[in-house]
Design a binder for this molecule. Structure first.
Ligand code: FES
Length: 152
């Protein structure tokens, strides 16, 4: 059984129909082919699936798509302004805030929230806020450096 769902994703309005058990992550990736948002663990442990819903950071694997009816979702695809990268994307490039890159979309979405919500005053505060985003390559020092650059 499918249920209707209205969402605004990266500034574009969608009228969708989804199965009630579909997660926001699977909706984005499987139904809308917005594959920038990654699936790591699929149970809230890694942060690879981080998106913003109404400006708040959310693990998209942990929320059902139908629970977001009427809300605004931003994914990594919606961060740049046309050809102009978001300052956090630029900072990740400059500071090599990644190696394999798999966790990077989630890291960047969390990093944007970190600065916007005022949790980037010290390295400790940044690491605490970012602790739900796991990087198996261990790029943490560079990620912190990128966030500090954007904050300052
Ligand atoms: Fe959602 Fe790992 S895929 S937290």
């Amino acid at each position: 059984e499918q249920v209707p769902l209205r969402l605004e994703i990266n500034g574009k309005k969608y009228k969708l129909s989804v199965e009630p058990r579909t997660t926001l992550l699977d909706l984005l990736r499987e139904q809308l082919h917005l594959t920038g948002t990654k699936k790591g663990c699929d149970y809230g442990q890694c942060g690879a699936c981080t998106v913003h819903v109404d400006g708040q950071r959310v693990n998209s694997c942990l929320t059902l798509a139908v629970m977001q009816d009427g809300r605004k979702v931003t994914t990594i695809e919606g961060l740049a302004d046309g050809d102009k990268l978001h300052p956090m994307q630029e900072a990740f490039l400059k500071h090599d805030g990644f190696q394999c890159g798999y966790c990077t979309p989630g890291q960047i979405m969390s990093a944007v929230a970190c600065v916007r919500e005022g949790h980037a005053d010290s390295e400790g505060e940044i690491r605490e806020f970012m602790s739900g985003n796991i990087c198996r390559c261990g790029a943490y020092p560079n990620i912190v450096a990128a966030i500090q650059e954007v904050k300052n």
